[in-house]
Ligand binder design. Structure first.
Ligand SMILES: Cc1ncc(COP(=O)(O)O)c(C=O)c1O
Length: 374
């Protein structure tokens, strides 16, 4: 793969060393072109060709998202963000007092608050403690053994430390103990492979604006067909039902697919962008992207260590991801990140570390510049 040539798709490389794909990513010219196609149609013909133009692209994108996840097209819904997807699960399950949710104290708040919000319904949320940025599998198993666990809610990759969770092992534990498995995949989808079947995932949510390299405000929600029956959609509208182009007859026969969670008009522009972003990743191949990001992050880790930085992310195979968290001596991470930003290197401070998150189009030379700027 000629990774150097992929830089042409990312004009951001002309101005910045952009290493914040775990935050908000820049878009590619491919996504820009898709948005231009959307704009041109909306500008020149409005909804005159809604079905062949807009609907076709919405369904095409749904299919490609399913491919990326190893899911069926009928298991995919578009949502506005990760939080909405997790909220569909938290709001939709038939909770009983005494039910428990198992999470972790390394999680982003969006995978904590929806569960805490169930406290008044008698649901307890257990936040297992991470150790050196990693959630030990034994802790999850022990929590499941303690009983009454309805849902295990974890990220594929922890947003601060960058530790990858072993989804296949966790999914197997959930199945063994009769718990549902709900995954926040925003920190890996588009960068690391995932197979929802192999990992026995019931629900998954991810927004498009990080590793998928799309725009904000349009994400995906996966609901395994076997787990659809456990969720009651709490917001229902014209699009939730079957034959939803028939506006003359009221009925509440919900779609037999994840489409029932799309209650109204979708974010069509966002879906155009997402479709182009997913196409690009599928063309490159997620396994190749993972390998490339692995090589780049290894390069960065070597450079940072030589410069005397401490790497806080676990780097063992199976745990490493696209996120490299580090500290530099006594310097406050926010001050280090500010210094780098002034040098045109975009990194951020998170959870007491500087966080760098390169994607496939970044280069080793850019990572060397980060180290030099330190
Ligand atoms: C692990 C994780 N989940 C969720 C989010 C954000 O979710 P949303 O798409 O709802 O804004 C972030 C953003 O940083 C994140 O790192």
């Amino acid at each position: 793969m000629d990774w150097e040539s992929t830089r042409d798709w990312f004009p951001v490389t002309r101005e910045l060393i952009y290493l914040n794909h775990a935050g908000v990513a820049p878009i590619s010219t491919r996504v820009r072109d898709a948005l231009a196609r959307f704009s041109r149609e909306a500008l020149e013909r409005g909804a005159f060709q809604y079905e062949p133009f807009f609907d076709t692209e919405i369904e095409r994108t749904r299919g490609h998202v399913a491919t990326l996840l190893g899911a069926e097209t009928s298991e995919i819904a578009f949502v506005k963000n990760t939080t909405e997807g997790l909220g569909i699960v938290a709001a939709g399950l038939d909770w009983q007092p005494g039910d428990r949710v198992v999470g972790c104290d390394l999680e982003y708040p969006s995978n904590v608050y929806p569960w805490w919000n169930l406290r008044e319904r008698g649901v307890e949320t257990i936040l297992l403690p991470g150790r050196d940025g990693v959630l030990p599998l034994e802790s999850i198993e022990a929590a499941l053994r303690s009983g009454n666990v309805r849902v295990v809610a974890l990220s594929s990759v922890e947003f601060g430390s960058g530790a990858r969770n072993d989804l296949v092992a966790i999914g197997a534990l959930c199945r063994e103990h009769g718990a549902l498995f709900c995954v926040d995949a925003i920190q890996s989808l588009g960068c690391l492979p995932i197979d929802v079947r192999e990992a026995q995932i019931d629900y998954l949510a991810a927004d498009g604006h990080k590793w998928l390299l799309s725009v904000e405000g349009c994400g995906v929600f996966f609901c395994a067909s076997r787990a659809l029956e456990y969720l009651t959609p709490r917001i229902v509208g014209w699009r939730s039902v079957t034959a939803n182009q028939d506006f003359d007859r009221y009925h509440l026969d919900l779609q037999p697919t994840a489409g029932r969670f799309e209650e109204g008009t979708p974010n069509t522009a966002g879906i155009f962008a997402l479709g182009a972003a997913v196409d690009l990743l599928l063309e490159l191949g997620i396994d190749s992207v993972e390998e490339r990001v692995g090589a780049l992050t290894d390069h960065l880790v070597r450079g940072l260590r030589e410069r005397g930085a401490t790497i806080e992310s676990p780097r063992e195979p199976g745990l490493a991801s696209g996120i490299v968290a580090f500290t530099l001596g006594d310097e406050a991470p926010k001050a280090t990140a500010r210094r780098l930003r002034r040098a045109g290197v975009f990194v951020v401070a998170r959870r007491g570390c500087v966080r760098a998150s390169p994607h496939f189009y970044n280069s080793s030379a850019e990572l060397d510049e980060l180290v030099a700027a330190l």
